[in-house]
Design a protein around this ligand. Structure first.
Ligand SMILES: [Fe+2]
Ligand SMILES: [Fe+2]
Length: 339
């Protein structure tokens, strides 16, 4: 089979339609579209024992039985369990529930219980604002954590904290949750990790050497991607400042339901596929436009969704691989990209 044969019909249609025959032929002969510019210098002294971890996120489970998102989340779990090698652990990046109900969280836990490796959790806004995280914390513990694994320092934080908009307005818990469920929600204002977690972060990384490999998970991106949809974290500049002493930091986030990449200073930020639905790309110019997946096929419910895994090497370089349900990755993304 030639390279040309390997390009799917969808690739052909998209590339030939959008970029013309020259681009298609470049793809066919193996020209690299996007791996070089995101490749980074390695850090550390080769102290990382190579391993894989996976990320699942944004299931948005409803309370109704046998909803299609239940099966999609289960399919992503199966995807993780079929990986060879298996990931050492999975991080769940938030929004298990659609509107914060305990039965939704419990349903998610049941589906995720098929995973045989440890799972670490951070919350999304859809998990939190019915009871201010009470049920979520009851199941998953603190949303602020760190641990070391095979030479890498992993950090999770709750980035969906907003200022109190409900008390003065006399809102019920359901009304508060309803406000936070909206994609555009000027009522709630910007999200952040806030002072307590910033203080925790300062203490957490204080004793770490600058060449320590660090990986951070938050629900929202640690950069101003599209604040109108809360594709941002208000105090991300403070987080980046605290982490600026490290040679390199990898950050992964949920919430955006799409592939996206950005790098600010020493921090590389990677968006993840959800298991529920793909958001459209906001109407902004991206710093790394090659990281946009194709627009999902609206006739296929699961197109644009999926899982993802990351293989870290001894020098803290890594390959990010999206594991989509459908065929929505560009040729440049199909073999993963260096982070
Ligand atoms: Fe989400
Ligand atoms: Fe979210």
């Amino acid at each position: 089979m030639t390279d040309f044969d390997k390009i799917s019909r969808r690739d052909f249609l998209t590339i030939s339609g959008k970029a013309g025959l020259a681009t298609l032929m470049a793809s066919a002969v193996g020209v690299n579209f996007g791996m070089v510019h995101v490749a980074e210098a390695a850090v550390g002294k080769g102290n990382v024992t190579p391993f894989r971890f996976a990320i699942l996120t944004d299931a948005h489970l409803f309370s109704m039985p046998d909803h299609k998102f239940d099966a999609q989340m289960a399919d992503a779990v199966d995807k993780v369990m079929s990986m060879k090698p298996l990931p050492d652990f999975v991080v769940y990046c938030g929004d298990i529930a659609q509107n914060g109900k305990d039965d939704q969280l419990r349903k998610g836990m049941k589906i995720l219980s098929k995973l045989t490796m440890p799972v670490h959790y951070i919350p999304g806004e859809h998990d939190w604002y019915l009871d201010m995280g009470a049920a979520w914390r009851g199941h998953f513990g603190s949303p602020t954590w760190s641990f070391d694994h095979k030479g890498v320092h992993f950090i999770g934080m709750n980035s969906i904290l907003v200022r109190d908009f409900w008390t003065a307005a006399g809102m019920s818990a359901e009304e508060r949750m309803g406000v936070m469920e909206m994609l555009e929600s000027p009522i709630a204002g910007p999200w952040g990790v806030r002072e307590e977690q910033l203080d925790w972060l300062k203490k957490d990384v204080k004793k770490l050497a600058p060449d320590t490999p660090v990986v951070v998970f938050t629900h929202s991106p640690l950069w101003d991607y599209y604040p109108r949809w809360n594709f941002q974290t208000e105090d991300a500049p403070e987080i980046r400042q605290i982490l600026s002493k490290f040679e390199r930091v990898m950050a992964f986030h949920g919430h955006v339901h799409q592939t996206v990449y950005n790098k600010i200073g020493n921090l590389s930020s990677v968006g993840t596929l959800s298991t529920s639905w793909p958001w459209p790309y906001p109407d902004v110019k991206l710093p790394y436009p090659d990281m946009q997946m194709y627009r999902s096929d609206p006739a296929i419910f699961t197109d644009g969704d999926g899982a993802q895994h990351i293989d870290l090497e001894s020098n803290f370089s890594g390959v990010m691989q999206y594991d989509p349900f459908g065929d929505m990755l560009t040729p440049a993304m199909k073999n993963g990209f260096k982070i």
